[in-house]
Design a protein around this ligand. Structure first.
Ligand SMILES: [Zn+2]
Length: 146
């Protein structure tokens, strides 16, 4: 199993790993395409079944994995709640300090940025920066009113 490879979801050609640009057609899997790409690699299937899939793609077939297979890939790639480790303590403290001392916008932006790929980290960023946002808002109001 040391010689891993992946099959390009567009042309069926072989490439070194699922997240690489295909050397045959230049296709680069992104977003959910990465999930399909992972399913078409030796990380998920054996060589024989990948060769069969490659043959089918070359024959013009489009790869349409089931929702269950996509969920498997999502889990394996750390894009689901269950496998997202979230932020560690140091990262949370850094984010809290940034939110309080600089601007809570950083946390809010990270939350939006991570929303699709790191749900747990996104929620933590939001939880850390929201109170700071309220504080900044209150401070702003206080400064205006006094
Ligand atoms: Zn290709």
């Amino acid at each position: 199993m040391s010689e891993g490879f992946a099959v390009c979801g567009r042309c069926g050609g072989r490439k070194a790993d699922f997240d690489r640009v295909c050397p045959h057609c230049g296709f680069r899997p992104e977003g959910d395409g990465l999930l399909i790409a992972w399913l078409l690699s030796t990380r998920h299937r054996d060589t024989a079944s990948l060769d069969a899939v490659s043959e089918r793609i070359r024959g013009g077939e489009t790869v349409r994995p089931s929702a269950k297979m996509l969920a498997t890939a999502r889990r394996a790639l750390g894009r689901s709640w269950a496998s997202d480790p979230g932020l560690d303590t140091r990262q949370r403290l850094a984010l809290l300090a940034t939110s309080l001392l600089v601007t809570p916008l950083v946390g809010l932006m990270l939350a939006v940025w991570w929303y699709g790929t790191k749900p747990r980290a996104a929620l933590q960023a939001l939880a850390l920066s929201l109170p700071a946002s309220v504080l900044f808002f209150a401070l702003g109001v206080w400064l205006i009113l006094t």
